[in-house]
Write a protein that binds this ligand. Structure first.
Ligand code: IDP
Ligand code: MG
Length: 140
């Protein structure tokens, strides 16, 4: 197993529900190391840039409206096998299909408003971390 970094976002619905602490508690209890963190309120253009890979999907307009509808917390996490482990902790995209104990099962309210983002592969993690954080903001 390799030491990996992954990008996570507590989406506007998570910040609105006051579960920032619950999410960070879950990261800490599973020994993810937070190596960068900030709060942002994205513009529509910034949300579209982040989710550019989904630009042809029918939910792209709604997703990017949602992502710029309120404050978000963005973090880079470091751990062994971090990308897959974070995806497991998040649960399925659709909370109706998420396993008990996952963050989406606990807090998500719909397939769109599913409280958290996590990178899905090493290449996307590298792009997503560099989208939000400069070198000096990552405390390795
Ligand atoms: P992921 O966040 O589990 O990786 P993706 O397929 O990458 O899921 O989709 C990105 C985000 O787009 C999801 O987290 C969710 O907020 C939204 N989304 C995905 N599928 C749908 C859909 O069918 N309808 C509405 N929103 C969706
Ligand atoms: Mg994804």
């Amino acid at each position: 197993m390799a030491l990996e970094r992954t990008l996570t976002i507590i989406k506007p619905d998570g910040v609105e529900q006051n579960v920032i602490g619950d999410v960070i508690r879950a990261f800490e209890s599973q020994s993810f190391r937070i190596v960068a963190m900030k709060m942002l309120h994205l513009s529509k253009q910034q949300a579209e840039g982040f989710y550019a890979v989904h630009r042809d999907k029918k939910f792209f307009g709604s997703l990017t409206d949602f992502m710029c509808s309120g404050r978000i917390v963005v973090m880079a996490l470091e751990a062994e096998n971090a990308i897959e482990r974070l995806r497991t902790l998040m649960g399925a995209t659709n909370p109706a299909e998420a396993q008990p104990g996952t963050l989406r099962k606990q807090f998500a309210t719909s397939i769109e408003r599913n409280i958290i983002h996590g990178s899905d592969a090493p290449e996307t993690a590298a792009f997503e971390i560099s989208y939000f954080f400069g070198k000096m903001e990552i405390v390795g």
